[in-house]
Design a binder for this molecule. Structure first.
Ligand code: GLN
Length: 191
C-alpha cells in the first residue's frame, strides 16, 4: 500500500483529494491519501502533490515549517499544478522561495493577470484534454525534462525524472489521466 500526500499549507486541496481518489479507483490501486501539514505527515508519503494557490505564500510557509528541505531530502515524486509548478522550478521572474526540483525557468501569470482564467483544449498523452488555466504560469525554458503539452506555443505540462508539473488544474476536470500518470510514477519508485 502506498501513500499519496497533498501539501496542505494553502490552496485548493479538496479537489486534488477527490481526483486522486477517482484515479486510484480507476487504476484499481490501494493508497492512503494524506493531507500534509507537517514534516511528520510528509515522512509517511511516497509521493506529494503541490496544488494551485499562491506560490509566494506556499513557498514562505514551506520555509517556515521546514517543509522545503524535508521535501527535497525525501526525494519522492512530486506533482506540481499551477502554483505547484512554479514551486518546483529552479528559477522564476519573481524573488521567492522555490524547491528547485526541476531545472526550468518559469514565467508566473504568463497568460496575463487580467484574463485571469480560461479553459482551452490541449493535447496530452496522445489525446485531447480540457485545460483549466487560472492565472497560469508557463515554462520559458525547460533545461531537463520532456514537454508533455503546449498551449499557444508555450510549455504548459512537462515531466522531469519522477516529477510532473502542469500549468493548468487537472483536479478541476473530470479526466483523471494526469493523476493516474503520477500515481503510476509513485508506484514505480516504491517497487
Ligand atoms: N499565479 C499563481 C502563482 O504564481 C498561481 C495561480 C494558481 O495556482 N492558480 O503563484
Amino acid at each position: 500500500m502506498i501513500s499519496i500526500g497533498i501539501l496542505d499549507l494553502q490552496g485548493d486541496i479538496s479537489e486534488h483529494f477527490e481526483a486522486v481518489k477517482k484515479a486510484l479507483k480507476k487504476l484499481d490501486i490501494k493508497s492512503d491519501i494524506l493531507r500534509v501539514k507537517t514534516v511528520s505527515d510528509l515522512s509517511k508519503c511516497d509521493g506529494l502533490i503541490i496544488s494551485g494557490g499562491e506560490s509566494t505564500v506556499i513557498g514562505k510557509l514551506m520555509d517556515k515549517t521546514d517543509m522545503k528541505l524535508a521535501i527535497i531530502d525525501q526525494n519522492i515524486p512530486v506533482m506540481g499544478t499551477c502554483a505547484g509548478l512554479v514551486l518546483l522550478a529552479t528559477e522564476t521572474d519573481y524573488k521567492q522561495p522555490l524547491l528547485g526540483l526541476i531545472d526550468m525557468k518559469v514565467k508566473r501569470n504568463g497568460f496575463g493577470r487580467q484574463k485571469a482564467s480560461f479553459e482551452e483544449e490541449i493535447e496530452i498523452f496522445g489525446s485531447k484534454y480540457r485545460g483549466v488555466f487560472i492565472r497560469a504560469p508557463y515554462v520559458e525554458e525547460l533545461k531537463d525534462g520532456i514537454v508533455l503539452a503546449k498551449l499557444r506555443d508555450k510549455i504548459v505540462a512537462l515531466a522531469s525524472g519522477k516529477h510532473i508539473a502542469t500549468a493548468f488544474h487537472p483536479e478541476l476536470t473530470n479526466d483523471t489521466k494526469i493523476h493516474e500518470y503520477f500515481i503510476k510514477e509513485v508506484l514505480k519508485c516504491v517497487e
